[in-house]
Design a protein around this ligand. Structure first.
Ligand code: NAD
Ligand code: UDP
Length: 323
């Protein structure tokens, strides 16, 4: 497609574009003079996440599964297709591994044919239950390859391998982002992730379930910050491949998080303690020195600011009867 001035408009493919991060990314990309192809099989994505973009001339929706090859003409690919919450990725673990591994092969093949730059949404889960804290990109990780989380963790690790092999073998312009826990509006209320679970329970006045002692930690990044980091990474020159951590390094225990959400929602939900799921990482916090130096990126939105926006989103769903 050409713009009003007759020049070529960059075509950007976002796989998993109807999901939580993918839909925010499509929206942000459309602020510029580019064409966005949103590809999704709607396993965890929702039409409502992208409905408001469907009428725009530079937005196109493709219903497709990345485990099958596809022929398109594109300049950039953001490969986000993969269920991300434990409840969803453990629902059909074989399909999860296929999505990461075969999906990566198909998208890398597409990048090779078209000469597109390609970015992989990798994850802090490649570090498993880490012995190195905070996690630096040079740490190889500690993943149980036969546990319940392995379909996701090992699938993502193998995808990273494929990206770097395509780079070495075919000189592809690749970018690998290791994304740490990200939250914000459009998270699915029922997908089991901690921020959405706690907010929904608090708003409903239902008990907040803490798995294990609640002393395990996570570092939460607001979605707008994260999307800004992905776009900055894609804009780097060919020498910058990553892997590069993207996340907010401020670390919280799950008990801290629950108490903060209780205070911010004014809820009197009680805290109840449930067993810790298998291989649940004890601590997680990104070292973001590489992102600072190579992308000039740091997250700007504090947990309180981000939670405030996320709580408003879920309150509106509750008022509309959608929770
Ligand atoms: P999400 O589940 O909301 O989005 C994933 C999207 O991929 C959904 O729209 C889903 O329908 C689609 N999808 C799944 N399998 C597919 C397939 N085989 N073919 C085509 N589409 C498929 O999850 P999210 O939080 O938006 O995560 C997006 C990406 O970012 C994932 O790759 C995830 O691993 C990665 N990531 C997310 C986080 C986070 O905290 N949200 C952290 C680390 C990494
Ligand atoms: N968790 C919890 N209660 C919930 C959901 C999750 O205590 O209702 C815990 C979970 O065991 C983990 C942390 O919160 O220690 C983050 O879980 P999430 O699934 O959001 O992310 P991940 O474990 O994949 O980092």
């Amino acid at each position: 497609m050409k713009n009003n001035l007759g020049s070529h408009v960059k075509k950007i493919l976002v796989t998993g574009g109807a999901g939580f991060l993918g839909s925010h990314l499509c929206e942000k990309l459309l602020e510029n003079d580019v064409e966005v192809l949103c590809l999704d099989n709607f396993f965890t994505g929702k039409k409502s996440n992208i409905a408001h973009m469907l009428g725009r001339p530079y937005f196109e929706l493709i219903r497709h599964d990345v485990t099958s090859a596809i022929s398109l003409e594109v300049d950039e690919i953001y490969n986000l297709a993969c269920p991300a919450s434990p409840v969803h990725y453990q629902y059909d673990p074989v399909q999860t591994t296929k999505t990461s591994v075969i999906g990566a092969i198909n998208m890398l093949g597409l990048a090779k044919r078209t000469g597109a730059k390609i970015l992989q949404a990798s994850t802090s889960e490649v570090y498993g239950d880490p012995e190195v804290h905070p996690q630096v990109e040079s740490y190889f990780g500690s993943v149980n390859p036969v546990g319940e989380r392995a379909c996701y963790d090992e699938g993502k690790r193998c995808a990273e391998t494929l990206f770097f092999d395509y780079r070495r073998q075919h000189d592809l312009p690749i970018k690998v982002a290791r994304i740490f826990n990200t939250y914000g509006p459009k998270m699915q209320p029922g997908d089991g992730r901690v921020v959405s679970n706690f907010i929904v329970r608090a708003l409903q006045g239902a008990p907040i379930e803490i798995y294990g002692s609640g002393n395990q930690t996570r570092s939460f990044c607001y979605v707008d910050d994260l999307i800004g980091g992905l776009i900055k990474l894609m804009a780097t020159d060919d020498r910058c491949t990553g892997p590069i951590n993207l996340g907010n390094p401020v670390e919280f225990t799950m008990v801290n998080l629950a108490n903060l959400i209780l205070r911010m929602t004014g809820s009197s939900s009680e805290l109840v303690f449930k067993p810790l799921p298998q291989d649940d990482p004890l601590r997680r916090k990104p070292c973001i020195e590489l992102a600072k130096s190579q992308l000039n990126w740091t997250p700007k939105i504090s947990l309180e600011q981000g939670l405030d926006r996320t709580i408003s989103y879920f309150s509106a769903l509750l008022t509309a009867g959608h929770l």
